[in-house]
Design a protein around this ligand. Structure first.
Ligand code: NAP
Ligand code: ZN
Length: 339
């Protein structure tokens, strides 16, 4: 049986283990991908730390995957070996299966099929993926650049394009990490007046380089007051991992403004009186489908949006992950796995 390299986690909170595994065979309706690149997302903590309910170990993390199809399973129409594809997180309530229809969202089949969480992901030479999860990658994106677009990219692009904002609107992005640095670029490319909110004045030049029109240092300034000076935000896109940072910026919404929560924080205290007086809202936003990912890749290729990445070989996955967790990566760590 031919073997491959994989990085797995054997228990919640356990270390990454560098193992040799059998190369998997694709079943009906799925393909095998030779992985070229895989981004390291903050949501990999769900697998690493066991935050996802009922996770089965050992598990290979990684849901920002780009690679080439090298085998197709039975009953797979159209997809063929040699095509370069991306696979993202993929789970989300479908809204139309029997479980969703009776309100049992957490039993939704789609939401329980999550790359790198409920099935093995891209920290490996090969992985399997259902064809419903595949996005075609345009030729003019390198695999290392395309990988972060499969989660950080699609989540922020899809959030923005479904938020109702229009060119000229004031959009603030809180948390300039893997997701946030792409959100700033997308908002600027969509013609929005874009404000980056991050810790520290030293972040300002990079934020401006990404296209931000202004920058707020939330350690030295009151972000809500600063946004009000600019007229109040139509949209605050919160990719930050801190509920306190979200709460501190909520007062910066303008009339009919919306705070869209992307960062996975356990709870958020809101001033409901402020919300109702300003017809404001707080909404969650969850990633996107494979077609949303394909749209993200195409928009990025057309508009010149690219992630800023730090590239690591697979055997340095632990360093890459720890660097991401320490908030030091500018702005996405990518495992470059095969040519
Ligand atoms: N909703 C979805 O579908 C979805 C999809 C993907 C990810 N996520 C979630 O989105 C969040 C971000 O993911 P990521 O991969 O972008 O993480 P990341 O690369 O680690 O970025 C998080 C950023 O938040 C910043 N931050 C933390 N506390 C802050 C504070 N008090 N004030 C200002 N900035 C602060 C960090 O800045 P420093 O550099 O200063 O530490 C860091 O740049 C995570 O919670 C992740 O699980 C959600
Ligand atoms: Zn992710």
């Amino acid at each position: 049986m031919p073997k491959m390299r994989a990085v797995q986690v054997s228990k919640a909170g356990g270390p990454f283990e560098f193992v040799e595994r059998d190369i998997p065979e694709p079943g009906p309706g799925s393909v095998r991908i030779k992985v070229q690149a895989c981004g390291i997302c903050h949501s990999d903590t769900y697998t690493k730390e066991g935050y996802w309910p009922g996770i089965q170990y050992p598990r290979v993390p990684g849901h920002e995957v780009i690679g080439v199809i090298d085998a197709v399973g039975p009953g797979v129409p159209r997809w063929r070996p040699g095509q370069r594809v991306g696979v993202g997180w993929n789970g989300g309530f479908c809204g139309y299966c029997d479980n969703c229809r009776r309100g049992d969202f957490f039993a939704c089949q789609t939401s329980t099929d999550v790359t790198g969480v409920t099935r093995d992901g891209g920290y490996a030479d090969y992985m399997l993926a259902p064809i419903s999860a595949l996005a075609l990658v345009p030729d003019d994106l390198s695999s290392d650049d395309a990988a972060p677009l499969m989660c950080a990219g699609v989540t922020t692009f899809n959030c923005l394009r479904n938020s109702g904002v229009r060119p000229g609107d004031l959009v603030a992005v809180v948390g300039i990490g893997g997701l946030g640095h792409l959100a700033v670029q997308y908002a600027a490319k969509m013609g929005c007046q874009t404000v980056a909110i991050a810790r520290g004045k030293e972040e300002e030049p990079l934020a401006r380089q990404l296209g931000a029109h202004s920058h707020i240092d939330n350690t030295a300034q009151d972000p809500a007051a600063e946004l009000q000076k600019l007229g109040g935000a139509k949209l605050i896109l919160a990719t930050v991992t801190s509920a306190d940072a979200m709460k501190a910026v909520l007062g910066g919404l303008g009339i009919h403004g919306r705070l869209m929560v992307i960062g996975a924080v356990p709870s958020l205290e809101v001033n409901t009186l402020q919300l109702l007086r300003g017809n404001q809202s707080v909404t969650g936003w969850y990633s996107g489908t494979s077609i949303d990912s394909q749209d993200t890749l195409n928009f990025s290729a057309l508009s010149g949006v690219r992630p800023m990445i730090e590239v690591y070989p697979l055997d340095l996955a632990t360093d890459a992950y720890e660097h991401m967790m320490s908030g030091k990566v500018r702005f996405r760590a990518v495992l470059s796995i095969n040519d």
